[in-house]
Write a protein that binds this ligand. Sequence first.
Ligand SMILES: Cc1cc2nc3c(=O)[nH]c(=O)nc-3n(C[C@H](O)[C@H](O)[C@H](O)COP(=O)(O)OP(=O)(O)OC[C@H]3O[C@@H](n4cnc5c(N)ncnc54)[C@H](O)[C@@H]3O)c2cc1C
Length: 313
Amino acid sequence: MVTLIVVEHNNQVMHPVTRHVVSAGMQLNSPCVLLVMGFNCTSVAEEAAKLSGTAEVWLVDDSAFEHQLPENMAQVIANLSSKFNAVLVSSSTFGKNLLPRVAALLDAAQISDVTRVIDAETFEHPIYAGNAIETVQVLDTMRVLTIRATAFEGECDAQPACTIKKLSMDIAAQHSKWVKSELNQSTRPELTQAKIVVSGGRGLQNQESFQLIEKLADCLGGAVGASRAAVDAGFAPNDYQVGQTGKVVAPQLYIAIGISGAVQHLAGMKDSKVIVSINKDEDAPINQLASYYLVGDLFELVPKLIEKIKSQS
Ligand SMILES: Cc1cc2nc3c(=O)[nH]c(=O)nc-3n(C[C@H](O)[C@H](O)[C@H](O)COP(=O)(O)OP(=O)(O)OC[C@H]3O[C@@H](n4cnc5c(N)ncnc54)[C@H](O)[C@@H]3O)c2cc1C
């Protein structure tokens, strides 16, 4: 029996989160097999085969999986279930979309957002917006786990590369069909991978002022995040949201501007290495977590900060 790890990718390159999922997978003490499903994605399989800790790569390369629709992928993974007793994927949007479908097809209980592997059956994961850590022992023979990538070190490349096995699957049953994708094009680093994240909240007041956040992020080469209040008010797009119902980030530097620090926001950024807050209210809850905080009007402080950074670069 093996641990199956579903590789997140764009048909060309492997998403870095897979490295962290493999680290978690290795702690289950079974050989880790990486499953690459997509179309014209041999380069991804080759990249995955070099990852240390990988016993084998299974490649399902078919036009039916070009857009990696979870309804169709879940069925294939379920069809392979006699060959593995654990299936892992990152708790990214991709993983959250895919794994509950797999769990339902396998009639197994999913443990979401695992942050620690205690042993091969026992896992820790946050609950109540990260206010409590639950320890769960899985009694099913099948373990279905989404992994919080930021909680595990990423595996490096190792030589030589392992075997890539091409699987020919019966993919007659298609449950959904791709129609179109509307993607945000950005030159900034991806939010969950960025070393620096600058986030704005309701304190920004409107979409136009939110550009201050974008300018500061661009000066620092960082990604842009937002609180849910800022997203709901239309200052920032939905995929910028950090928090319990948004993305979980743990950058080297997280700058929260005009954000009060509600528990649901903290759930998405409290593992950041250095937290800086800019808020006019000294008693804002975020300041209790912050490594440094500046008390004052963001409309005065942020332009000065941008000017200073520009003058020094
Ligand atoms: C089920 C559920 C899930 C949720 N999920 C999320 C989530 O994923 N992410 C998330 O962020 N929230 C989430 N929320 C919402 C959360 O509870 C808060 O409402 C939200 O985080 C508040 O956003 P905010 O800090 O931007 O706004 P506020 O709480 O209104 O804070 C605004 C801050 O800006 C400061 N400010 C105002 N003007 C200025 C100025 N000129 N200069 C400096 N500072 C200024 C104020 O002092 C204040 O601290 C969730 C809520 C629920 C119930």
